[in-house]
Design a protein around this ligand. Structure first.
Ligand SMILES: *Cc1c(COP(=O)(O)O)cnc(C)c1O
Length: 377
């Protein structure tokens, strides 16, 4: 299967023309993806599911993820017309939603010709529609219910719908996006802004991201839009993916390429931010920030080596990081290491790595570097 997604999908060999001997690998477990989709399906009830595959399927490979979900997903949601067309060219016939709508008039032409579903979120996009020679019959209208990013104010919806009617666009779905479905203030205020207009217009709606789908069944509309949960990660800071019944899809693995023995008082890596309190063995892992591992992961970030849990020591550098082998006597050069996911090296919850590094799994997945060879299976 070779789908060309120019410049977006990492080449299966990370851009290399022959197998790479440097040991870092990302393994994408498509069975886990199917499993997670079935969890989303269970939560979705009778709502249809947009599988969100923006950002190269959160770094998991747009072509491979879409192919894997081709029978299960009711549609695919992404950003760029170019990526939508790559799916159409590869024979995908299901609905495709452009989450940010059209960026240019040419995009609208592609929407009409290739039967895409565009979001309209701004007066500028409305004007673009009015100026277009051809128009789609179907649109998503995005409302700003309080996130204050994209969308029309609910009070302006009436006027927007009138203009769409004049263009003979009648198949309209209302959409909005939650800022705090994963905790904090929750969704009450935003739902309070959104629900009345849904009631008044009687139009179908689409609201739920992963967090809302898992936490707030009342947000299920005609469609739901899960992303991160499909990739096996938790949208909540305080609830593990495991306890949500989700399985990791991306497994980032490497090996030890060096071992050092430190004397008490010796320091490790750039800036010497870790200092050994006593003599200890440390392992050097072929994985650095140029592979997508977060440079901000501090000493203590979880990692697994030769089947045992360990911790990162000192600063992550471009091509290497250091781990603690004090309690892992069996570790040798060549021993397997798991950065996140599960493998020969052991198990590491990506959400814990993200938390340690002050970020979220979304960012770690999306940052997987093109130089890391990826396998799907
Ligand atoms: C990314 C995105 C989603 C998916 O969010 P998750 O938190 O990954 O489930 C849903 N809707 C919109 C508009 C998005 O941009």
């Amino acid at each position: 299967m070779s789908l060309s997604l120019s410049g977006v999908s990492p080449d299966p060999q990370g851009g290399f023309t022959r197998p790479v001997s440097r040991p870092i690998r990302a393994r994408i477990d498509l069975n886990a993806l199917h499993h997670n989709f079935s969890v989303a399906r269970r939560h979705a009830g009778s709502s249809r599911i947009w599988a969100v595959i923006k950002a190269n399927a959160y770094g998991h490979g747009q072509a491979q993820v879409a192919r894997a979900l081709q029978q299960e997903a009711d549609g695919f949601a992404l950003l760029e017309v170019e990526n939508a067309l790559a799916l159409r060219e590869a024979g995908f016939t299901q609905p495709i939603l452009l989450l940010e709508g059209c960026f240019a008039a040419e995009d609208l032409q592609a929407v009409v010709r290739h039967d895409l579903t565009a979001v309209v979120h701004s007066p500028e996009q409305l004007a673009m529609l009015e100026a277009a020679p051809e128009r789609p019959g179907r649109l998503y209208v995005k409302l700003n219910s309080g996130m204050n990013r994209l969308g029309f104010r609910p009070a302006d919806l009436g006027a927007v719908l009138e203009r769409l009617q004049q263009l003979d666009i009648r198949d309209v779905t209302l959409m909005s996006h939650f800022a705090e479905a994963d905790g904090g203030r929750g969704i009450e205020a935003q739902l309070g802004a959104f629900s009345p207009v849904v009631r008044d217009t009687g139009l179908p709606f689409c609201l739920a991201n992963s967090a809302a789908l898992l936490n707030y069944p009342e947000t299920r509309g005609a469609w739901v839009r899960p992303g991160i949960m499909l990739y096996g990660s938790s949208p909540f800071a305080d609830v593990s993916a495991d306890s949500l019944g989700l399985r990791p899809v991306m497994h980032l693995e490497s090996r030890l390429i060096g071992i050092q023995t430190l004397a008490a008082g010796e320091r490790v890596g750039y800036g010497g931010t870790f200092q050994a309190e006593q003599a200890m063995r440390i392992g050097i892992v072929a994985c650095g920030y140029a592979d997508g591992y977060p440079r901000h992961a501090p000493t203590g970030t979880p990692i697994a080596v030769a089947g045992l849990p360990s911790r990162v020591l000192g600063r992550v550098s471009m091509d290497m990081l250091v781990c603690d082998l004090s309690h892992i006597d069996a570790a040798r050069v060549g021993s397997p290491v798991t950065l996140w996911g599960a493998g020969e090296g052991g198990r590491v919850d990506v959400d814990q790595v993200a938390t340690a590094a002050g970020t979220i799994s979304y960012e770690l997945f999306c940052a997987l570097a093109p130089r890391v060879p990826v396998t799907w299976g």
